[in-house]
Ligand binder design. Structure first.
Ligand SMILES: *[C@@H]1O[C@H](CO)[C@@H](O)[C@H](O)[C@H]1NC(C)=O
Ligand SMILES: *[C@@H]1O[C@H](CO)[C@@H](O)[C@H](O)[C@H]1NC(C)=O
Ligand SMILES: *[C@@H]1O[C@H](CO)[C@@H](O)[C@H](O)[C@H]1NC(C)=O
Length: 249
């Protein structure tokens, strides 16, 4: 609002100033437009992918990619192993891991937590075991009550829903920038994202990308800060990366 006393009489301004003021006004409006249009996180493919991140070629369509992922997720032999032979050992190791996140101040019993690409929800069971009751997982195939149906490229949750998001399936993302953008969108300001990734070992034939260093993650996370990187021995994954979403985003 312009105060009456400050009102500028356009008629009295020098002639040459008018086009200047007009263009100033237009460029300011356009900048404001861009500012409010641009989401803080990135769901769009960067013009140039970071060199240490390679998308595997060979998917003719998004459906072809999803079907390939479903082929592993629905595999009855694997599901049997995940829910029986694997269950106790994995839930125990994940529980130790989440207890450790508590000690480091990244997680508490009050946290609302999401496990991205949780398959049968071993990590969700672990969260509940250590007292983080408000936890849920998403995957293409639901496994109630621990895992609900969801696509990590298009999360169904509102902006700023979670205090913590954990994932060990970054390598399965066909669009890593969307995978990360959706995590940043649905994390609360100050929320924590913990990724377990493999930098040295190529994952499996269902992987959709290969990551060779932490640098690409630093580029993909647009509104978060890298807080920790450490080596782990996590079911074939060798590196834990912790990001914190900025408070004002
Ligand atoms: C996965 O693919 C294999 C071989 O291509 C096929 O035999 C099998 O039926 C598929 N499984 C599922 C669950 O789609
Ligand atoms: C969190 O929950 C666990 C499991 O119920 C409990 O043992 C622990 O004392 C709780 N921690 C706090 C700080 O309340
Ligand atoms: C979390 O769930 C456990 C087990 O159901 C329960 O004993 C505990 O009181 C719950 N904690 C909170 C804070 O609701």
């Amino acid at each position: 609002m312009i105060h009456a006393g400050m009102k500028i009489d356009l008629q009295k301004l020098p002639f040459a100033l008018k086009p200047f003021l007009l263009s100033l006004f237009l460029s300011l409006s356009f900048s404001a437009f861009l500012f409010f249009q641009t989401p803080p996180h990135s769901l769009h493919k960067p013009a140039l992918l970071p060199p240490d991140l390679r998308i595997r070629p060979g998917f003719s369509s998004y459906d072809a990619y999803i079907n390939r992922q479903l082929n592993k997720t629905l595999n009855p032999k694997l599901r049997k192993i995940w829910t029986t032979r694997d269950w106790d050992r994995k839930v125990r190791v994940f529980s130790e891991f989440f207890d450790n996140l508590k000690l480091r101040g990244f997680l508490s019993n009050d946290s609302k937590a999401l496990c991205v690409g949780a398959r049968v929800g071993q990590e969700v069971a672990a969260l509940k075991r250590v007292g983080v009751n408000d936890s849920i997982g998403i995957d293409l195939v639901p496994y109630p009550p621990l895992v609900i149906k969801g696509d990590f490229h298009h999360q169904s949750f509102d902006d700023r829903s979670f205090d913590l998001e954990f994932s060990n399936v970054f390598d399965h993302a066909l669009y890593p920038w969307k995978f990360v953008g959706e995590i940043e969108r649905t994390l609360k300001p100050g929320g924590i994202c913990v990724l377990h990734v493999s930098l040295s070992r190529r994952a499996d034939k269902y992987s959709a990308n290969d990551l060779y260093s932490v640098d690409p993650l630093k580029e993909l996370f647009k509104v978060s800060e890298l807080v920790e990187v450490r080596r782990i021995d996590g079911f074939g994954l060798d590196t834990e990366v912790v990001f914190r979403k900025k408070m004002n985003k």
